[in-house]
Design a protein around this ligand. Structure first.
Ligand SMILES: [Fe+2]
Ligand SMILES: [Fe+2]
Length: 148
């Protein structure tokens, strides 16, 4: 596993959670899925912000700044959604906005001149594997915190 594969896998996982959320009719399942989405997005942001982005800053400062700003917007939306009621109309529109923002951000990260391509060009396999280990540690810690 290298850092780029790990990030892409996580992107796919979040997209799958979005789809499940849209497909389910049950409030209880939606509530649970939203919790998973919230934890998943925060863990993902944390591993990018603590491992990937700092390493990329010397090579792609502007892209990193832009990505950080997009993360901040997503976090703000998540906080608003946490406070909202699942059955309110505002929840639905805010949740749609969350999905749009995240999808656009992921597309940017995975695009041909995106942040992951910079990582592919600048880091060798050893470095990418090392970063993956650091990121997996962050993910596991987040999951443990959640279970506690
Ligand atoms: Fe990101
Ligand atoms: Fe990402």
């Amino acid at each position: 596993m290298d850092a780029i594969e790990l990030i892409k896998q996580d992107h796919t996982k979040i997209q799958e959670l979005f789809n499940k959320f849209l497909e389910t009719e049950s409030d209880m399942t939606q509530e649970q899925l939203f919790q998973e989405i919230e934890t998943g997005l925060n863990a993902h942001a944390e591993m990018e912000e603590h491992v990937l982005y700092p390493e990329l800053t010397p090579f792609a400062q502007e892209k990193v700044d832009e990505a950080l700003q997009e993360h901040a917007e997503v976090k703000k939306l998540l906080e608003e959604l946490l406070d909202a009621d699942l059955n309110e109309d505002t929840f639905e529109s805010q949740f749609s906005k969350l999905m749009e923002d995240v999808t656009r951000h992921v597309e940017e990260e995975e695009s041909q001149d995106g942040i992951l391509e910079v990582a592919r060009q600048k880091f060798d396999q050893a470095k990418l594997s090392e970063m993956a280990v650091d990121m997996q540690n962050i993910q596991q810690r987040r999951r443990r915190d959640l279970a506690a």
